[in-house]
Write a protein that binds this ligand. Structure first.
Ligand code: ADP
Ligand code: MG
Length: 393
């Protein structure tokens, strides 16, 4: 999606008033009646219609007159509200290039007043095409598209809360800076996704570090659930950073063992394929079920001593409640196909948002020339080349 922040610079106070009015109206209306927007925005001289027309022109709103004359926010409109709020808070002052696109997010560079480059992740639940979402469609069918925004907001809040908690426990994750609506602000990770890396100096050390992180996460009561080469970043010194946390679950989750084993398996498979790491059967190690690892050296979930209270205790501090967790878990379940690069059979043409015709397809079109396609993700060849930033003031 092209995030033309130049448009944002020229939006007036009235534009933002109306955009906010639509956002507020969407709490109980799928399509917000034009009169309600006018009432909430209460612009002088009845200027709402002119403003709505302008917002529509810039694709910040979607017009729907099938039942009555009304509007709803597009993801772009929601982006602008989040960016505006974060800029007003002084978190960053300008927005740069898109540096990544996941199935459920767009990642951009931003710059702070003192020139530090950070990353923002704009969550886009509902854009994705993996099976779990399809099976959850019923859950949302009778609810408004506000729920897609709501779920994206929850995903962002969850990611922010986890990133913060993990960082406090010494895990190699980006530094969580701030969060608003569906937007997480974090430090920019130098380096590449592991999927882009063809050779490593010390692949055994890197492998052991990564498996060690899975085990340590479980010891802290957590399972990543999407632990694969797309969500592991590595720099030139072969330091690892883990990203992408909206689907993490507690070790007390009913499918915890399966998720844990799947994360482990993903890493074993990847290292075996990409770096020819071989895992010899070791009969001695597999003796007895309380051995720490199985015959191929894979850590056993059952033999890890786990902390069960981590989620509630640590995450509530960032504003992510138990109810938020339950809400989002109903929707996001770790899916084996997700991010695995084997999703060709389900193209973006099969959009899960049946009530979002037009908008999502438009928004997910990527026009950046310097982004290359790698499997299901698009990533830059070099994170820091060719920076251009648009000042938001
Ligand atoms: P998704 O949940 O959609 O998979 P990710 O969090 O995995 O999104 O991000 C998608 C891609 O964006 C990553 O594979 C990575 O290349 C890039 N990216 C994400 N966060 C950062 C960051 N903090 N710094 C640099 N690149 C990042
Ligand atoms: Mg990812």
């Amino acid at each position: 999606m092209k995030l033309d922040v130049n448009v944002l610079r020229y939006l007036s106070k009235e534009d933002f008033r109306c955009l906010t009015a639509v956002e507020m109206g969407m709490r109980n209306h799928e399509i917000v009646p034009a009169e309600l927007i006018a009432r909430i925005a209460s612009l002088k001289h009845g200027g709402t219609y002119k403003v709505l027309k302008n917002l529509l022109k810039h694709k910040l709103l979607h017009h729907d007159s099938s039942k009555y004359d009304g509007f709803r926010l597009t993801y772009l409109g929601y982006d602008f509200l989040a960016i505006k709020t974060l800029v007003n808070r002084g978190v960053f002052t300008s927005v740069g290039r898109q540096i990544g696109v996941g199935k459920e997010s767009d990642i951009f560079e931003v710059a702070t007043e003192d020139g530090t480059i950070l990353a923002i992740k704009l969550h886009r639940l509902g854009r994705i095409s993996f099976r779990a979402v399809k099976s959850k469609r019923d859950y949302l069918r009778h609810r408004s598209s506000y729920n897609w925004l709501y779920l994206s907001r929850l995903a962002a809040l969850k990611e922010f809360a986890f990133m913060k908690a993990l960082q406090e426990h010494g895990f190699p994750v980006p530094n969580a800076v701030d969060c608003n609506r569906h937007c997480v602000v974090m430090s920019l990770v130098q380096g590449y996704s592991l999927v882009q890396v063809k050779q490593l100096q010390n692949h055994v050390t890197v492998f052991e570090t990564i498996v060690g992180i899975i085990v340590r996460l479980a010891e802290h009561g957590l399972i990543h659930c999407d632990f694969n080469e797309f969500n592991i970043m590595i720099d030139d010194d072969e330091n690892i950073t883990i990203i992408d946390f909206p689907q993490m679950v507690s070790v007390s989750h009913r499918n915890a063992q399966m998720y844990f084993d799947r994360d482990v398996e993903c890493i074993f498979k990847f290292f075996s394929k990409r770096f020819n790491l071989s895992f010899q059967e070791n009969a001695e190690e597999s003796d007895g079920s309380d051995a720490e690892s199985d015959e191929l050296g894979r850590p056993r979930f059952s033999s890890i001593s786990k902390a069960f209270g981590f989620l509630d205790k640590e995450l509530a501090a960032s504003g992510f409640s138990r109810k938020d967790q339950d809400d989002i878990e109903k929707f996001i379940e770790g899916d084996p196909e997700k991010d695995s690069g084997s999703d060709d059979e389900e193209s973006e043409a099969e959009q899960p948002i049946s009530d979002d015709e037009g908008t999502e397809t438009e928004l997910s079109t990527i026009n950046e020339p310097n982004i290359s396609n790698i499997g299901s993700l698009c990533l830059l060849d070099k994170v820091n080349s060719n920076k251009t930033f648009t000042d938001m003031h």
